[in-house]
Design a protein around this ligand. Structure first.
Ligand SMILES: NC(=O)c1ccc[n+]([C@@H]2O[C@H](COP(=O)([O-])OP(=O)(O)OC[C@H]3O[C@@H](n4cnc5c(N)ncnc54)[C@H](O)[C@@H]3O)[C@@H](O)[C@H]2O)c1
Length: 263
């Protein structure tokens, strides 16, 4: 639908990743104005290269873990003439990102407090600071919605055996933050209800991003649909949550996981 989001100005964090960049492409195609942000660096550069010429696209460098940057972000965007009515807490540090490519992945017993806290800082505290700033600068001034991003590993535990001999593992702090973010959604839903703001959580399933055939087979057996998701299949649900069609939903967790959580 090319005009599904025509009245929406969407602010998205961590937008240079596999899902974020898909959301940006689909949101622009659905008629939204998109205010993208990410850490400074190659992911952001690729996004700006793809959409920089589009008058409905803007990009800001933003580290969601830096309080001074988050506190200033909406005022900066608004001063530039963009008033976001949809905010998407998408940025996250995954296990792979935390460790860096090629580094050995620690098991639970060897997980450092430093790595645990780094993950909490981005995934939870970052999301909290964005929501708090939205409360200060947007909520109550005009109707708005916040979408928090969880995971199929928020309210369901991983089957650890599927990661045996894989170069990546499921990371404990990741699951803890993804469960926690839905707590933030539930808390805010009632808190904002009388001020014309809604908040929901999306919980994407396993998204294909070049995984080996063996990993796809192992995870596929745990999913009713029998396979990993394409990024566009997660974007379909995300666009609905951003649109006016989800206006009567608040405080909900939407699983888009091919049935992983439904067995
Ligand atoms: N891909 C999946 O299978 C999957 C499944 C469930 C949930 N998710 C969630 O969906 C969201 C997007 O995931 P993705 O697959 O695109 O991941 P990704 O790793 O490809 O992208 C994450 C993005 O967040 C950015 N980021 C990291 N730290 C940041 C910080 N401090 N400030 C700002 N940006 C920061 C990264 O630069 C990156 O562009 C995440 O919240 C992730 O947890 C993904």
């Amino acid at each position: 639908m090319h005009d599904q989001l025509k009245d929406k100005t969407i602010f998205i964090t961590g937008s240079g990743g596999v899902l974020g960049s898909t959301y940006v492409r689909r949101m622009l195609a659905a008629g939204a104005r998109v205010v993208a942000s990410d850490l400074k660096g190659h992911r952001a550069d690729a996004l700006v290269e793809s959409h920089g010429e589009n008058p409905n696209f803007r990009f800001y460098d933003l580290d969601v873990g830096q309080e001074d940057e988050v506190v200033a972000i909406f005022q900066r965007i608004m001063a530039d003439g963009w008033e976001p009515n949809v905010v998407l807490n998408n940025a996250a540090i995954t296990g792979e990102l935390l460790m860096g490519a090629g580094k050995a992945f620690p098991d639970f017993a060897n997980t450092s407090v430093e790595d645990w806290e780094k993950t909490l800082r981005t995934n939870m505290t970052g999301a909290f600071m964005i929501a708090r700033q939205m409360d200060r600068d947007i909520v109550g001034r005009y109707p708005a919605t916040l979408i928090n991003v969880a995971s199929m590993y928020a309210l369901n535990g991983p089957h650890h055996q599927i990661y045996k001999d894989m170069p990546f593992k499921s990371f404990s702090a990741y699951s803890a933050t993804k469960a926690g973010i839905h707590g933030l959604t539930l808390w805010l839903a009632g808190y904002w209800a009388k001020r014309n703001a809604t908040v929901n959580t999306i919980a994407p399933g396993a998204v294909f991003n070049g995984h080996s055939d063996e990993f796809q087979r192992r995870v596929g057996e745990l999913i009713m649909a029998g396979r990993m998701a394409a990024p566009d299949e997660i974007a379909d649900a995300m666009l609905f949550l951003c649109s006016a069609q989800s206006g009567y939903m608040t405080g909900q967790l939407v699983n888009v996981d091919g049935g992983f959580s439904g067995w």
